[in-house]
Design a protein around this ligand. Structure first.
Ligand SMILES: Cc1ncc(COP(=O)(O)O)c(C=O)c1O
Length: 415
């Protein structure tokens, strides 16, 4: 049913765009045809509407930390404003910040990355957009996991490329493997985009997998991009950056998640030396520079006193993960691979429903719990899964579990 609704929507967009192309000077460009909406935003909108009617909603849909940015970073942001740091920075970012990021790679991964290769961007989103525009030609194929972060398909499509979705299952930790890439690639394939930890599955790529995929890319002259935005928010020992195994990979990261700075809009991109000039030219044109105040604030993000706070928060996320994973499993959800990083649980709902969108709608409307349907993250088995984000307090999680118990007992979820 949901796929049917999506097809109707795609047909409608196609139709509306073709009619509008002749009718209105404000009709969206044809490349918009294949950009799909973010369903989690629809869930959020519906949840807010219910709240406006006086309902108490538990939010397990939103992918951003519930903690306010750590005090040392806030203080640095306030100081930057007080000192009048309101002009543009260089396109690649403040040199001091790029050096701090390079030092962070040495401290946490033991790898030397020249600051010259680090570009500070408006969020990881700015970095993804930069990579897509820099590396993808019309007709190029980019392999990526299904399920995966929904915007990636759209960055590729907006650059004229094709997102080549690779279905992944629990058998490979819901991650890509070199063998799978062999099966899905074709002569158009020019790149592989992965995320470790991944959204929505919360699973990571081991060092061996990173190495195998980077070798695969090297043999086929394809670029390899790894989104490491959830690094730091991981619950495994020594999570490897791809830079440990391959100096020529592109790496996405951000101050949004581990550093708790979503609204500051600050991320970064590491490029191979050969792409430094191209990235610089494109950064100048796409966004001139990332936010100056945010960059000054982020200079304190790596300070030991900030790290203490961020590590306490990571421990809180781990506690929430443990609680919610156990509770969901007891209620009958299938959790094939426990969350290894990020703040998501990717749970199978086959015991309750065969329609994840309907499941989420009933859960929200009738039981006041907002979660995201699998349909947001790809096509493969998307009716079988929902994503729980544990970006809320233990108290709220306890309330969510109580409501979920009521929902399961009611039998309504099968409707
Ligand atoms: C995997 C992944 N990459 C990138 C982003 C974008 O993050 P940012 O806020 O840094 O733009 C998100 C946001 O949820 C994400 O989950």
């Amino acid at each position: 049913m949901a796929n049917f609704v999506i097809s109707i929507y795609a047909f409608y967009m196609e139709f509306a765009l073709s009619i509008n192309a002749h009718k209105s000077r404000f009709s969206p460009a044809t490349r918009m045809r294949h950009v799909n909406p973010f369903r989690v935003m629809t869930v959020l909108q519906r949840a807010k509407a219910l709240e406006a009617q006086g309902r108490k909603i538990v939010h397990l849909e939103v992918g951003e930390p519930d903690f306010v940015t750590a005090p040392p970073i806030l203080e640095a942001g306030r100081n930057a404003l007080a000192q009048g740091y309101t002009a543009y920075t260089p396109a690649a970012g403040l040199p001091q910040l790029r050096e701090r990021i390079a030092a962070h790679y040495l401290d946490t991964q033991g790898v030397v990355v020249s600051p010259e290769r680090i570009f500070v961007t408006p969020g990881a989103s700015g970095a993804l957009s930069l990579v897509a525009q820099m590396l993808i030609n019309p007709g190029d194929g980019v392999l990526m996991s299904d399920p995966g972060y929904p915007c990636n398909r759209n960055y590729v499509r907006l650059a004229g490329g094709t997102a080549q979705l690779v279905p992944v299952t629990a058998e490979t930790n819901y991650q890509l493997s070199a063998a799978m890439l062999d099966e899905v690639c074709d002569e158009s394939t020019r790149g592989v985009w992965a995320a470790s930890p991944n959204n929505p599955t919360g699973t990571v790529l081991s060092r061996a997998s990173l190495q195998a995929i980077s070798q695969w890319c090297e043999q086929r002259d394809a670029h390899f991009l790894v989104d490491e935005i959830y690094h730091g928010l991981d619950y495994v020992d020594g999570l490897p950056s791809v830079l440990r195994v391959c100096d020529e990979a592109l790496v996405i990261n951000s101050f949004s998640k581990y550093f708790g700075m979503t609204g500051w809009r600050l991320g970064w991109l590491v490029v191979p030396q050969v792409l430094v000039e191209a990235a610089n030219i494109l950064a100048q044109n796409l966004f001139i520079a990332a936010s100056t105040v945010a960059q000054h604030a982020a200079l304190r993000a790596f300070d030991p006193e900030t790290t203490v706070i961020l590590e306490q928060r990571r421990a809180a996320f781990r506690q929430r993960r443990d609680f919610l994973t156990t509770a969901l499993a007891e209620l009958g959800f299938t959790i094939a691979v426990p969350t290894q990083g990020a703040f998501y649980i990717y749970a199978g709902i086959e015991a309750f429903s065969s329609n994840s969108e309907r499941f989420c709608q009933i859960l929200l409307d009738e039981f006041g719990v907002a979660v995201t349907p699998g349909t947001d993250f790809g096509d493969f088995e998307n009716q079988r899964y929902v994503r729980f984000a544990f970006t809320t307090s233990m108290q709220e999680l306890e309330l969510a579990v109580e409501r979920l118990r009521g929902a399961v007992a009611s039998g309504r979820l099968a409707q």
